[in-house]
Design a protein around this ligand. Structure first.
Ligand SMILES: NC(=O)c1ccc[n+]([C@@H]2O[C@H](COP(=O)([O-])OP(=O)(O)OC[C@H]3O[C@@H](n4cnc5c(N)ncnc54)[C@H](O)[C@@H]3O)[C@@H](O)[C@H]2O)c1
Length: 335
């Protein structure tokens, strides 16, 4: 009998930027979590090389992951290692030149941190250089979670009925953290069409990334109320979706999902009330591993596109920039 000789290809993967999300969080976090790019590719036995301009950070990450191909200059890494996949976890200001250099060295798949760029022009330039040949997966990590993917399917199938409104809370900047929230909204309800800013929170965020209270409108002028909290006290990332047939709340960083459905009230005749139907958990501790696996499946030709595409990243950026510009009095409509 001829043995099954189907070969599963393992790519060479380079991580550029070994800070918090590149490597550091996994150097100290719980053992079973995968919070970083290096951790995810290490778990998939594909981590080949690391780059960081900070020599101490680079050496620490290299020791932790047992990687010896270490580069202070990412261009040298790309020239010598020629990775198949490049994970980009540098600060947001450094994206386009890195993507260009990765593609020039032969990489055909990129795991890109969010927000994908500082400006829409840069984001569109990334899209232009990637064209249709290069696959980019963006790390809006909740997109890769099966529990939240099932919720997306239910919302799209109308299980909540017509959406009456959505209320949410977030902190630490509309671009940095608010973009995760906006990405969920656009994933589940489509493009935001109009934004209004109610107030800027007096926290410690810089002008280029203020934390804002805002009202967003999706199709049919459904209002979405986004409320800012001061991250210096604690982190909060929540969403409450109220439809005509039921309600979903996301709490605990968006990892606990409770689903209520409208049913006849057992006590007061003629009324309908909400009953808890489901209480589910999304494991954000596996978000990056899932993102890396998702991209790997596309790279191997097992999947057509990543669960969070470059276009999704551009859409999130477009809306958060519109919010920021509105706060600065420059804009009020999304075009
Ligand atoms: N998806 C998420 O939930 C999530 C969470 C945290 C951060 N992020 C994003 O990840 C990115 C990085 O954030 P962070 O908190 O890890 O930042 P960080 O400052 O901890 O790490 C960035 C690392 O990049 C290195 N670096 C900078 N310029 C470089 C260069 N030219 N070549 C090589 N290395 C370079 C720095 O030395 C540093 O170690 C940001 O865009 C941030 O928004 C996303």
């Amino acid at each position: 009998m001829i043995p099954d000789t189907k070969v599963v290809k393992t790519p060479k993967v380079a991580v550029i930027g070994c800070g918090n999300i590149g490597s550091r969080w996994d150097e100290t976090a719980r053992q079973d979590a995968v919070l970083t790019h290096a951790g995810a590719w290490h778990r998939l036995q594909a981590l080949t090389a690391l780059a960081d301009m900070d020599p101490e950070r680079l050496a620490t990450a290299g020791r932790f992951w047992g990687v010896t191909a270490l580069y202070a200059d990412y261009r040298a890494l790309l020239a010598e290692v020629r990775p198949d996949i490049v994970s980009i976890a540098t600060p947001t200001g450094l994206r386009l030149p890195l993507v260009e250099a990765a593609l020039a060295s032969g990489a055909r798949a990129i795991l890109l941190e969010k927000p994908i760029a500082l400006t829409l022009d840069e984001a569109l330039a990334i899209k232009a250089v990637c064209g249709t040949e290069v696959v980019v997966a963006v790390n809006y990590l909740r997109r890769y979670d099966p529990t939240l993917q099932a919720l997306a399917a239910q919302i799209h199938a109308g299980r909540l009925g017509t959406i009456q409104h959505v209320v949410g809370r977030y902190g630490k900047g509309i671009v940095e953290n608010g973009s995760h929230w906006i990405d969920l909204i656009q994933w589940w309800f489509g493009a935001v069409q109009r934004v209004r800013v109610l107030r800027r929170l007096p926290d410690d965020r810089p002008d280029h990334d203020p934390t804002l209270d805002a009202v967003l409108e999706i199709g049919g002028a459904v209002p979405i109320y986004l409320l800012a909290v001061d991250h210096r006290h604690y982190s909060l990332f929540e969403m409450d979706i109220v439809g005509t047939k039921g309600r979903v709340t996301l709490t605990k960083r968006g990892s606990r999902l409770q689903h209520w459905e409208a049913e006849p009230d057992a006590l007061f005749p003629g009324y309908r009330v909400l009953q808890l139907e489901g209480d589910l958990h999304a494991d954000l501790g596996l978000g990056l591993l899932r993102a890396a696996k998702d991209l790997l499946a596309v790279w191997r030709g097992e999947q057509i596109k990543p669960s969070c595409t470059l276009e999704d990243g551009i859409a999130a950026l477009r809306t958060v920039l519109a919010l920021r510009e509105t706060a600065q009095g420059e804009k009020s409509e999304l075009s």
